[in-house]
Structure formats: structure tokens, C-alpha cells
Ligand binder design. Structure first.
Ligand SMILES: NC(=O)c1ccc[n+]([C@@H]2O[C@H](COP(=O)([O-])OP(=O)(O)OC[C@H]3O[C@@H](n4cnc5c(N)ncnc54)[C@H](OP(=O)(O)O)[C@@H]3O)[C@@H](O)[C@H]2O)c1
Length: 234
């Protein structure tokens, strides 16, 4: 089995890569920072020597980098079982004042997953159990005045998941939309709150593994995860 994971060098993406490596998946890992990606990949293959790990650095907001990334994948791999669209950035800010915040959120959270799915669909069709996992957010369902651009882009990603699930039904490609709430990752570094109130990235990875292990006739369409004590401040 082979999985392609974006934003795989930190946080939730890293935990998903680790969980799939433990299940014996060969991995194709993407993020912008090539050194950090290679360092993680080396650790992973040291821990799980039977897996193969391909690192492909690219900025997914850049259409040219995105396109050469998918070309490389298609030239090096014949089939893909899983695509995890996880790369993301949480940015607050007034998108009415700064439309660039809006552009980046849409490029990374909507356009990148869409074009990756389109460009890699032929490899997914070659799998017996193809699956797309999109890591959205609880903000896919709840508007937020502090981070409206992020929220809009995650609403859109949820819409992409729902529509791609319909489009791909006839091809047997499952699509799962995962909507986590506050989860510990580098993006929370320096924030002032009790760490124990957050979920762990491994919690999200467990749900991804669960979605991938359902029988052929079942699909986990979407899942919402929140810290047990809820969001904060409360
Ligand atoms: N943590 C949370 O509380 C939380 C809650 C709900 C949803 N999420 C979602 O979960 C996903 C992962 O979040 P996280 O908290 O784990 O983030 P993180 O720790 O900041 O990691 C983000 C990952 O994405 C990569 N990345 C960022 N911009 C990229 C770009 N333009 N092109 C390619 N890769 C890029 C980063 O590597 P480089 O910097 O090297 O590119 C890194 O590997 C995101 O989609 C986020 O919206 C997170």
C-alpha cells in the first residue's frame, strides 16, 4: 500500500505518516522545507526499515511547483492507494483589509487538494482500495470572525470532499473529510493555554487509520473531533 501525504513534516501530517508507516505503507511525503522532510523520512525509515519513503518538497500554493510535484509522482509511481490533503496554515487577520490572506487560504486549502486529486486520480484508479482523506477543520462548519479566510477555505474543502465523493463513487474512490478542533502542533507554539486541553495529532491519525480500515462497502464520509472539554476560551 502507498500513501501520499501533504504537510507531512510537522503536526498532524507527521502523525499520519508515522501511523501509516507503522501499518507498512510506503510513503510519498510533501512539505516546503526539504531538509525537515528528509530528516523526518530518515527517522521513519530507521524505525520502519521495510517501508520506502519518497520526499518531494514543493510549495502547494504555487501552481508550477504543484504541477511538477504531481508529474514527479506520476513518473516515479504506478499506483497510489491513499492521498491525504493535510498541508495547511492557520492565519488570523482581516481578509477584507488583506486579500492575500484569503488568496493563500484558498490556494492551499481548496485549489491544492482539488488539483492534486485531479492530477493523481489516474494513480488512484490503479488501486484496489483508493481513498482520499481531506484534513479540514471544525471551522468547516462554524464561521469565525477572527479567522474568516481560514474558515471560508475549510468550508470550501468540506464542499470539495462531498462533491468529489459523489463524482468518484463509480470509480470506487472513497473520500473522507476529517474536521479536527484544537490539536497540538507547531502552529500552537507560544500560545497561552493549558496544553492538556488540546487533542494530540496522534488522535487525528488514529481516525485516519480507522477510515482506511473500513470494509470495501463502507465509507467514513466525515468526522468531527474536539477536545473532550470543548473549545476554549469557554
Ligand atoms: N492544529 C490544529 O489545531 C488544527 C485544527 C483543525 C484543523 N487543522 C488542520 O490540520 C492540518 C495540519 O495542521 P497542523 O496544525 O498539523 O499544522 P503544522 O504543524 O503547522 O504543519 C503544517 C504542515 O504543512 C506544511 N505546509 C505549510 N504550508 C505549505 C505549503 N504552502 N505547501 C506545502 N506544505 C505546506 C508544513 O511544512 P513546511 O512549512 O515545510 O511547508 C507542515 O508540514 C491543516 O490543514 C490545518 O488547517 C489543524
Amino acid at each position: 500500500m502507498k500513501a501520499f501525504i501533504t504537510g507531512a513534516s510537522l503536526g498532524i501530517g507527521k502523525a499520519i505518516a508515522e501511523a501509516l508507516a507503522a501499518k507498512g505503507y510506503d510513503l510519498i511525503l510533501n512539505a516546503r522545507n526539504s531538509e525537515r522532510l528528509k530528516h523526518f523520512s530518515k527517522n521513519l525509515t530507521g524505525k520502519y526499515p521495510s517501508i520506502h519513503c519518497d520526499c518531494l518538497a514543493a510549495d502547494l500554493t504555487d501552481p508550477k511547483e504543484r504541477s511538477s510535484l504531481t508529474q514527479s509522482i506520476r513518473s516515479r509511481h504506478q499506483k497510489l492507494d491513499v492521498v491525504v490533503n493535510n498541508a495547511g496554515i492557520f492565519e488570523t487577520g482581516d481578509c477584507l483589509q488583506d486579500p492575500e490572506v484569503f488568496e493563500t487560504a484558498i490556494d492551499l486549502h481548496l485549489k491544492a487538494p482539488f488539483y492534486l486529486i485531479v492530477d493523481l486520480s489516474s494513480l488512484l484508479r490503479a488501486s484496489r482500495n483508493p481513498h482520499v482523506i481531506n484534513i479540514a477543520s471544525v471551522q468547516s462548519k462554524t464561521p469565525n470572525a477572527q479567522s474568516p479566510a481560514y474558515s471560508v477555505s475549510k468550508y470550501a474543502l468540506r464542499g470539495l470532499s462531498d462533491n468529489m465523493r459523489e463524482v468518484f463513487k463509480k470509480d470506487g474512490i472513497k473520500v473522507t473529510n476529517v474536521m479536527p478542533g484544537y490539536t497540538w502542533s507547531n502552529s500552537w507554539e507560544g500560545a497561552e493555554f493549558p496544553r492538556e486541553r488540546l487533542m494530540e495529532p496522534e488522535d487525528i491519525a488514529k481516525v485516519v487509520v480507522c477510515a482506511l480500515t473500513l470494509g470495501k462497502s463502507a465509507v467514513m464520509e466525515e468526522v468531527v473531533l474536539r477536545p473532550q472539554l470543548g473549545e476554549f476560551p469557554d
